[in-house]
Design a protein around this ligand. Sequence first.
Ligand code: GLN
Length: 483
Amino acid sequence: MHNKTLAELRTGLNNGDFSSVELTGHFLDRIKTLDKNYNSFISVTEEFALTQARQCDERLAAGDAPNLCGLPITHKDIFCTEGIRTSCGSRMLDNFVPPYNATVVENFAAAGMVVLGKTNMDEFAMGSSNETSYYGPVKNPWHSNCVPGGSSGGSAAAIAARLAPVATATDTGGSIRQPAALCGITGLKPTYGRVSRWGMIAFASSLDQGGPMARNAEDAAMLLNVMAGFDAKDSTSVERDVPDYTATLNQNIAGLTVGIPKEYFNEGLNPATEQAVRHALGELENQGAKLKEISLPHSHLSVPAYYVIAPAEASANLSRFDGARYGYRCKEPVDLHDMYMRSRAEGFGDEVKRRILVGAYCLSAGYYDAYYNKAMQVRRLIKNDFDNAFNEVDIIAGPTCPNPAFEFGAKGDNPVAMYLEDIYTIAANLAGLPAMSLPCGFIDNKPVGLQLIGNYFEEARMLNVAHRYQQSSDWHQRAPGIE
Ligand code: GLN
């Protein structure tokens, strides 16, 4: 069962080949026996899942089941889940049990999906390797001495190791696409405003966006159908119709113009990654797409602009964790000030502290114009580059990241080297564009990701191109050497 896609599992359930209780039990057993090798889950919600599965079986039998009824999913531990601990990978929220569900979680519950648990992540989604999690690193199922990417490394590894068919994740600067690439799965970051952020613990609010992770584009489309849509509780949510993302998956891509940014094939790109990506682009050409070189001249400024804007917003968002309202509180504070200081000092890890310090500095009087304002101006230039490009092309394609998975500790004492992992992914967040990563090859048995970037609200076109590619390649069907 665990080798089937979500679409195949739905068919199996509807045909009565197995029940939701059997299906859910199968994945729970796998998590129990195998996840000690990966550490991809922070919480496993066994009882809750089996209760939900029983209810789903009843609904399926009664014939009143919603679309995805009885199919298992796991949520990144950044999405608030009512009655289920939501840690955000941090000691700060190790004891936090939300009284409500995030809108995304609600949407999946309404679609009838069964929650297996909550997946591991970098602390407050800050990282590219899952090494900053309070709950310890996640191991890449393809190579146990390598990172799975981050920050959604738990969701990506769980899917790659066949511990869950699909998962939710979030992407502020690459956290869906980079772990998808490093674990050999398919991940999509929607247009900013397409998916509600309500109940998704905030890192950098103008960049954060939730999205699906799955084995292939078809499953990602099924999930996006559930996730996307207007939510009055999120003021940045966009009121706009949601198409059926599965309806156009098979459309012919002949005649489509695919922009290839020359800046994404620079000297920082691993030559073997380049080879795999160019091969994939050749396949799109075989199907009749036209490749066109384009320029995104401000690409090199995306990482520096992001590392002003994201920490600035994080420093404001994370000020709510003060030991008073929820989360960690230090022992025996002598006064209020001491409680604030020690709760934050003990509750946050090093990377989170680094971001808060950088962010508070960039926003402080006298530096705001030099850093934050300047970064916002650069952000506009980056958006303009994409607007110009989309006057000439329908979609953009290139690598997701410069290198395949790296070893634990390889970038531990060099934050800038870690930050450069996101050199090709961050621009889509700064511009608010949808983007995805899909498997397009291997280097020494390590997966390589092809990135697609679409114009605003053109998730359907991206999924169409991805699906067509997956119809003529089998990279997404390969599994790491596991039972
Ligand atoms: N790796 C980037 C960072 O550390 C992006 C993280 C994310 O998208 N959440 O900020």
